[in-house]
Design a protein around this ligand. Structure first.
Ligand code: DGT
Ligand code: CA
Ligand code: CA
Ligand code: ZN
Length: 580
């Protein structure tokens, strides 16, 4: 695993926090904080500098800290930090996650009141018990409450892949209950909305009340928030909420449609029903004015009752899909089974976890017929980037493995690093020798919008770049996207015929649905890739495809739905167009 600058900075910050809690002297603390500040401002990877022996030339990083960074980068751990954590209750650091609450204050609160949890902290602040401590004024207490609110807001975000995984396990449990005829996901999770508020599940059963009550006994339940009638609401350990409703099978379609939403879609659909013939739609069915029921068992029936074809949940957002369904002009959205190849994968030649053949067999098992092996390039030392010579050696290995595979082809590719000035990290002749090239930014994320945009656009002007990888570089677990101007990138990609990636990794989801939709509107091709570093990661496509569907993408909009010959022909045409 490559260690990023953000991880190195976080590690040093943690050391400093723990030292501060332990009451260490000011100068020692300042050294760590200064090192963090310097690393935050670096435009090169720490690991690269370390390898080159130039890390100690960075102002603020002395030999002692350099040694600690070296240990962390090579082993992923730091013994000094582990020792510190044994001396100071690490839960204390939990308190310092509250914006504006420093280690010294956390220590005082712990020493004075024995508080170690955020809940206890909030209770003490509300009861004004924090004020009883000598170092804490009323204003500080108020700020702590404000900080707690901010923390709750930012940490309560759940992205749809996480909710889908939870849904998978809950559905298995629910479907195993006697009396459950059907169990499905509804709500924003079914629509694959980027962030979701809660998970809505729907069950069909002859005795809905009995099944709704069963939810609270499932092993995933941490807390029961409400239970009664045909509905239960629970909280799982992560804090995420699940709403379960149970209905009789005759109403399943109507309820599924109703609880899938979105609200805007449902309002428009009900309006259309009303206008069409005073029809009423609710979670039990579609009804005429005289109270007779004309639909409800399936969603198809419900939509048909108002003169529409079935509408895929990912586009039920009230953006014209009902009119299109009525006119019979809804686009056929791309499906996971349409993906014939994966254009972004890694092996242990760079930072992947396994050998080429294992990755290829895994891709094949996931239904792919080809994959481009896009190992990293030389400047990305932390990710084991390959030199031109190593690419040549890898080419021979790919050819050897290809001879062993049946009905599957590995394309020789690279995820070429886009250097800080927009140059590519491989000479043209090497790029030209590859079947497929993904270009991505992996360093200097903090460049200004102008610099970053120019950098990416310059890369897209290369005749050899077929796909732009993870266009915003956001990492949902640790950083915002870069300041790149995606409008400019989309315009450039449209002109040059470069595909923009939807990176399906649940840590990235990059491009997201909104930007993918704009790319499509500009006529840009998408590439739905896994960026797999490990065999199981070929399953990530589920998320990327959901994003592509929300964007309204059909098969023709996605480059990797093409056969390998069509793909290679496309790449050759692009090269000729850009070079000529
Ligand atoms: P979320 O949970 O905030 O990410 O978004 P949803 O769309 O899952 O919303 P949720 O869980 O409140 O409700 C699930 C669906 O139920 C919603 O998409 C539409 C439907 N629904 C039907 N009637 C209503 C209503 O009166 N209010 C709301 N909020 N939803 C309703
Ligand atoms: Ca919901
Ligand atoms: Ca809900
Ligand atoms: Zn990458």
């Amino acid at each position: 695993m490559a260690v990023t600058n953000a991880e190195v900075a976080a590690m040093l910050n943690r050391v400093a926090d723990l030292l501060e809690i332990r009451g260490e002297n000011f100068f020692k603390l300042r050294a760590y904080r200064e090192a963090v500040r310097q690393i935050d401002n670096l435009t090169t990877e720490v690991a690269t500098l370390l390898q080159a022996g130039t890390l100690k030339d960075v102002p603020g990083i002395g030999p002692a800290i350099e040694k600690k960074i070296a240990e962390f980068v090579t082993t992923g751990q730091l013994e000094f930090l582990t020792d510190l954590e044994a001396q100071v209750p690490p839960a204390l650091l939990d308190l310092t996650r509250v914006p504006g609450l420093g280690p010294r204050t956390a220590k005082e609160i712990y020493d004075g009141l024995g508080i170690l949890t955020l809940d206890a902290l909030e209770a003490a602040a509300r009861d004004h018990r924090l004020q009883t401590l000598p170092g804490i004024k009323a204003k500080t207490e108020e700020n702590i409450l404000k900080g707690l609110a901010v923390l709750k807001r930012t940490e309560s975000k759940t992205y749809f892949p996480e909710a889908l995984l939870l849904a998978d396990t809950l559905l298995v449990s629910l479907r195993a209950l006697p009396g459950v005829l059907r169990a499905e996901v509804a709500g924003s999770v079914r629509r694959a909305q980027e962030t979701v508020g809660d998970l809505d599940l729907l069950v069909a059963a002859r005795q809905p009340e009995r099944i709704a009550a069963e939810l609270v006994h499932l092993p995933q339940v941490a807390e029961v928030l409400a239970s009664g009638g045909t509905r239960s609401t629970i909280r799982v350990r992560s804090g995420f909420q699940v709403d379960l409703r149970a209905v009789v099978p005759e109403s399943f379609g109507a309820a599924w449609q109703y609880f899938t939403g979105s609200q805007a879609h449902n309002v428009q659909l009900r309006g259309r029903a009303e206008r069409m013939g005073r029809l009423k739609i609710n979670e039990y069915g579609v009804y005429r004015e005289d109270g007779s029921r004309i639909a409800g068992e399936t969603e198809e029936e419900v939509y048909a009752a108002v003169g529409c074809t079935w509408i895929p949940p990912e586009i039920r957002e009230g953006r014209g899909e009902i009119e299109a369904a009525a006119a019979g002009t809804l686009p056929a959205l791309v499906q996971q089974s349409d993906l014939r190849g994966d254009l972004h994968t890694h092996s242990d030649w760079s930072d992947g976890r396994t050998d080429i053949k294992t990755m290829a067999l895994a891709a094949q098992q996931h239904g792919y017929r080809y994959m481009a092996l896009t190992d990293h390039t030389q400047s990305l030392l932390v990710a084991g980037g390959l030199t031109p010579e190593r690419f040549r050696q890898r080419g021979a290995e790919i050819a050897r493995v290809n001879r062993e595979l049946v009905d599957f082809r590995i394309l020789a590719g690279a995820e070429v690093d886009i250097l800080a000035d927009g140059r590519l990290d491989l000479p043209d002749d090497v790029l030209e020798s590859l079947d497929l090239v993904v270009a991505s930014v992996h360093t200097a994320f903090d460049q200004s919008s102008e610099a970053m945009t120019e950098r990416v656009v310059r890369a897209l002007r290369s005749p050899h770049v077929d796909v732009l990888g993870h266009p915003t570089c956001r990492r949902l677990d640790r950083r915002e996207g870069t300041a790149v101007d995606l409008e400019a990138v989309i315009a450039e990609a449209a002109g040059s015929g470069t595909a923009l990636e939807i990176n399906s990794s649940p840590m990235r989801l990059d491009l997201n649905d909104t930007w993918a939709r704009r790319a499509l509107a500009a006529g840009v091709l998408l590439a739905v890739n896994n960026d797999a570093h490990y065999p199981a990661e070929f399953g990530y496509a589920r998320y990327g495809v959901a994003i592509a569907r929300r964007a309204g993408a059909g098969v023709a909009n996605v480059l990797n739905t093409r056969s390998v010959d069509e793909l290679l022909a496309h790449c050759r045409r692009r090269t000729a167009r850009v070079a000529g």
